[in-house]
Design a protein around this ligand. Sequence first.
Ligand code: GLY
Ligand code: MN
Length: 463
Amino acid sequence: MATFTKETYTARRRALSSSITEGGILLFLGNEESGMNYEDNTYTFRQDSTFLYFFGLDQASLAAVIDLDEGREIIFGNELTIDDIVWMGTLPTLKENAAQVGVSETMPLSSLSGYLGRAAASGRKIHFLPPYRPEHTLKLSEWLGLHPAAVKGGASTDFIKGVVNLRNHKTEEEIVEIERAVDISAEMHLQMYRMIRPGMTEKEVDAAVTAIALSQGAGISFPVIATINGQTLHNHIHPNTLKEGQMFLLDAGAETESHYCGDLSSTAPVGKRFTPQQRVIYDICLAGHQAAVKMLRPGTPFRDIHLHAASVISEGLKSIGLMKGDPVEAAHAGAHALFFPCGLGHMMGLDVHDMENLGEVWVGYDGQPKSTLFGIKSLRLARPLEPGFVLTIEPGIYFIPELIDLWRSENRFSEFLCWDEIERFRDFGGLRNEEDYLITPDGARRLGKYIPTTIDEVEALRS
Ligand code: GLY
Ligand code: MN
């Protein structure tokens, strides 16, 4: 079953088609099954999000075209064979599926290359999106006569911009789905707050929160980060046992069966209470978080919000002697990136980093170039905010010993960084809290069930 009515998919395709002025053919490639260690032992199937957005069908081995010149919409796929039915069960026919999403024309998958070949031979443009799966690169290479290395660069900017403009603005029916994903994600985090104990393993927490995502939705929206080493930003390995005095960082989100995502992070003491040093750093990070949330409204560039959060964090670190000088200057120069080397947040929707495959420059920068400065180069979103954007707010404070050693050896930002004090924190680890927000016409709304953010709220769950 498609998530939305056929009118929704039809309206999305119509809006996309009318945004492309050049004509030609828009090509949508659905995903294939993918073998883990042999062909039939597959990873969990995940449909391409743009295919889902415009054509709604959540099955492998489909493709579609919108023929802008001839006014046709066609879904390409194969009917089930008797072997498919014996091994995998039955499903509606391709025609029935296509009708559900408002498409009346279907063709066998094998006819797609001929269709594209004829269009290309008559000089019509084939618009395609940058592929992220190697089999799609090879197919496009063969069909369009491009060297595989040239395929990504041949993607259609008009098509990318048309898709991004629609998918960046979430509709009310999408918000309902996203908020369900965030609610399930919140349950995962509440479970962590309640369950962690000294002696428990990171793997046990991963398993428990993943069980919630699997039992209430389609599973997790990205690999779970469940770690006592919060200073490693995307720590997907979980070999450790939790010890009293440590902090535990969970960054985890659920995906609904409609494939909308949630993404939350939380940090808790492994024991009942944060240590005094942890409390101080936690509160500085929270001040950055709250300052960022206050600035969320249409028209405000997310880059300014990121830099403001970085300034507030720099001010807090100055107040405890880790930084010096003017905090705003420090943030603009990039000195805070020793402690906060990533971005404040990112778009979220059918992908947890929404449309990252289409390019952050289009999704998060509206075509403007990204900075190459360490820290802000990792900011995925910078553009002025608009109603309907859904994004995360996730500042963190991290003490990464190798980064401290490197910058200290280069005496980098010595006008802002107090090396002897910083040294006292080198084994601190890292912490982050993350929430998901919808930009509304006059501000922003936090999505999903509330999870603890202040020290008192967190410790109340640790009794
Ligand atoms: N939650 C993972 C990330 O935002 O990168
Ligand atoms: Mn995130």
